[in-house]
Design a protein around this ligand. Structure first.
Ligand code: TRP
Length: 416
């Protein structure tokens, strides 16, 4: 289980894998036996998530040929887990999603231009034991690197730190693909700072940053963490961009425990050019001024320039799912945030419909996080994270906190 989060809701309310458009029985075949056979065939993790990915590809303008290639990569990354029926429990308790689906999608909305689609996968998820999980994940990244001609130099310089023979959880290695309309995907790798024990995570990340030449810029983050670690701040992920990125980033994710909007704003002050006010405003919109006690706010510091003495970018992640009653409220927050940043007509509703046919107010967690990226002089970017809900839909919260735009209205609805 995750060192920084607790489960936010109770058990789910529906059978696995019933929420996907197109997941139902074949219609109009004229052969009832065929329809029955189709209906009794359980959905499997690979086709279920690849179907969602395909519909999201359509949405962002990725052509059919490339869509098929992306779907194949996702299925390959899932390995033996792809064939598992969704009626079976997940092969391992993946921490990628709350319901242990080892996949998460995200859509980034730049101020100009079409949204960018990404998918995060746990390639070792079929292995219940962490050493096997690590081996499978490492092999999967090696295969992708070889296939696309990506060098894994940075990764090989730190892999002994993050992939020891007996790794600690909750993850070993995850990979994310940025799916572009042309060319092979951008590849990112996520590693566990607590791989050698959570208590050694400061040391592990410090050493990795030094090896990669970012020791000086990381010093500001280290000084921020030092007085707060581990009660108020912990290290969550260490991430690397792999392959031919225009500006490859090394990223350090910090979970702020019981932080307020003002605390999150302070965490953004380490990054020149990031506006703390913007960070505070986003937090307040969702959770008001109370400490974020259910799930932590998260900062991600990115490093691109080894000559810099500060991180070059800051992202704030708000675990919106823990602070709203249901996904209708989470969606309303996302839309308000996009509009606030001048991004109109965002195809967010179509993306949600590409994932599930359920009504948004019947569950929570379809939108796990909303994030705000601020880097250099680029306009801020908003990212909406999307859960496949392959195994479970969490029921609406009974104790939604303040800050839900629909909260008051909904309370009134219940009374009338
Ligand atoms: N599911 C985990 C969590 O909620 C890990 C995770 C998935 C995550 N996507 C994320 C963490 C995006 C931060 C941002 O913490």
């Amino acid at each position: 289980m995750n060192a920084y989060t607790e489960p936010c809701t109770g058990p789910g309310e529906r059978a696995a894998g019933t929420g996907s458009p197109g997941a139902g029985p074949l219609q109009g075949t004229g052969r009832p036996e065929a329809a029955i056979a189709e209906r009794s065939e359980p959905d499997r993790l690979g086709p279920f998530t690849a179907g969602q990915l395909g519909r999201l590809c359509d949405l962002v303008g990725i052509d059919a040929q490339r869509r098929t290639a992306h779907q194949r990569v996702l299925t390959d990354l899932l390995g033996p887990a792809a064939d598992r029926p969704l009626t079976d429990p997940p092969a391992s308790p993946s921490f990628v999603s709350d319901d242990h689906t080892p996949v998460e999608f995200s859509l980034t909305f730049p101020a100009d231009g079409p949204p960018l689609l990404r998918v995060l996968v746990e390639p070792g998820c079929a292995a219940p034991a962490l050493p096997d999980n690590a081996r499978a994940a490492w092999a999967a990244v090696g295969r992708l690197g070889a296939q696309w001609g990506y060098r894994l130099d940075e990764l090989t310089r730190v892999n002994d730190l993050f992939l020891p023979p007996a790794p600690h959880g909750p993850l070993t290695l995850w990979s994310a693909l940025e799916l572009r309309p042309s060319g092979p995907p951008g590849l990112k790798v996520y590693l566990n700072p607590g791989s050698r024990g959570a208590e050694r995570s400061m040391e592990t990340v410090g050493e990795a940053m030094t090896r990669l030449g970012h020791g000086r810029a990381y010093e500001s983050v280290r000084s921020y963490l030092h007085p707060r670690f581990p009660e108020r701040a912990g290290l969550m992920f260490f991430a690397l961009d792999v392959g031919p990125w225009a500006e490859p980033r090394v990223k350090v994710y910090v979970a702020h425990r019981h932080a307020t909007a003002a605390d999150a704003a302070d965490a953004a002050r380490l990054v020149p050019g990031a506006s703390p006010e913007r960070v505070a405003e986003l937090c307040r919109r969702i959770g008001g001024d109370e400490p974020f006690g259910r799930l932590p706010l998260i900062s991600c510091y990115s490093f691109t320039d080894t000559a810099a003495d500060r991180p070059t970018g800051h992202s704030l992640y708000v675990p919106v799912r823990a602070y709203v009653r249901d996904d209708r409220a989470a969606r309303d927050h996302a839309v308000e945030l996009l509009q606030h940043h001048g991004i109109h007509n965002a195809p967010l509703d179509r993306a949600l419909a590409a994932l599930t046919t359920r009504r948004l107010n019947t569950g929570v967690g379809l939108i796990p996080y909303l994030s705000l990226v601020q880097a250099g002089r680029q306009a801020p970017r908003i990212t909406v994270y999307l859960s496949p809900e392959a195994y479970r839909v969490f029921p609406p919260r009974k104790d939604a906190g303040p800050g839900s735009p629909a909260g008051d209205r909904r309370a009134a609805d219940h009374i009338s």
